[in-house]
Design a protein around this ligand. Structure first.
Ligand SMILES: [Fe+2]
Ligand SMILES: [Fe+2]
Length: 343
């Protein structure tokens, strides 16, 4: 049965997955207003890496003030993020996009895909500005085991969806799809990025490498919206298809998150074998566990770790408790990258 644009009931027939009644080309009437809101928030935070000056960073990098341990932290994080952005972008476009059968969600996914390209651009720009070894940074997903393990964890989730016979129409297929969304939005963008954010922003707050720091702040701001969209999409699919969210599947997701937490702790310890800038490697265990608990809560699972937040200054930078409504107070202005404001 075809449904005309004027048919108000059409909006009710929109579905996040397996929607057939309303085509993916029908944006209006909106059903999932949250998707459109995230799209508008993303657009209001537009920025470009080359708008951020790098001269101070270049001076510090060429000088003698950074220790070898500090340089290692920066290099490892550049190496991890350089590839992670690409993995997220590819997963979006190749694995997620075609299965999401709703126009307003696809509108957001297109915006997010562009932002992932901007983030990749940021790493190219930083590597170029500092005159770093491009090959070294952009191949760390092969050469550094702690990075390879995180990326391998994600790539498995992508390939599960790339099988030509994959379909979201079976219960198992829908669960595999949800597992991919959780693996990317909750784990990659919501857990695997956070040790790096804490490390790089700890330089920024001490006025070191502020060009990189500012770009990480913009990236973190974008990633906060990606995470929020992902959580709305995950919870939306659960609400439409509650049969997917079985106790067995919930336990499986917890196991996946526990595995990711250990990978992230190992990554943090690899970047930071000794304490720098007031960051002790052991504190990252608590930090990663604390972040994971917040993510579990957001997808409706019980908190697991009950770990304290070891970096109170991070709360001042990004108050996790405000994350959900982070941008609601400031979505009207177009931020061109000149000044970064948090509220
Ligand atoms: Fe990104
Ligand atoms: Fe992202």
């Amino acid at each position: 049965m075809s449904i005309s644009f004027e048919d108000e009931s059409a909006v009710e027939q929109k579905r996040l997955l397996n929607g057939r009644q309303v085509t993916v080309n029908q944006l209006l009437p909106l059903k999932y207003h949250w998707a459109w809101e995230h799209y508008l928030n993303g657009c209001a935070n537009h920025w470009m890496p080359n708008e951020v000056p790098m001269n101070k960073d270049i001076e510090i990098w060429r000088g003698a003030s950074l220790s070898e341990a500090e340089r290692l932290v920066i290099i490892r994080n550049l190496g991890f993020f350089a590839t992670a952005e690409s993995l997220v972008g590819n997963n979006l476009v190749l694995a997620i996009f075609k299965h999401v059968t709703n126009a307003e969600c696809r509108q957001y996914l297109l915006r997010q895909a562009f932002e992932e390209a901007v983030h990749s651009h940021a790493f190219l720009y930083i590597v170029e500005s500092l005159g770093l070894d491009e090959r070294e940074i952009f191949t760390m997903y092969h050469t550094i085991p702690a990075i390879a393990r995180k990326d391998g964890f994600e790539m498995k989730l992508t390939s599960a969806l790339l099988d030509p016979s994959f379909s979201t129409e079976t219960l198992e297929g829908a669960q595999t799809f949800l597992q991919n969304l959780i693996g990317y939005y909750v784990i990659m963008e919501g857990i695997f990025f956070y040790s790096g954010f804490a490390m790089i922003l700890s330089f920024h707050r001490r006025n070191k490498m502020t060009g990189i720091g500012e770009q990480f702040q913009y990236i973190l701001r974008d990633e906060t919206i990606h995470l929020n969209f992902g959580i709305d999409l995950i919870n939306g699919i659960k609400a439409e298809q509650p049969e997917i969210w079985t106790p067995v599947f919930q336990r499986h997701i917890l196991t996946l998150i526990q595995e990711a937490v250990e990978l992230e702790i190992a990554y943090a310890q690899d970047c930071l074998p000794q304490g720098i800038l007031g960051l002790q490697p052991d504190a990252f265990r608590h930090y990663v566990q604390h972040i994971a608990d917040r993510r579990l809560e957001r997808i409706g699972l019980p908190v697991h770790y009950h770990s304290p937040h070891p970096f109170p200054w991070m709360s001042e930078t990004i108050d996790l408790s405000k994350e959900k409504n982070f941008f609601e107070t400031r979505v009207t202005e177009y931020q061109s990258g000149a000044t970064l404001r948090w509220d």
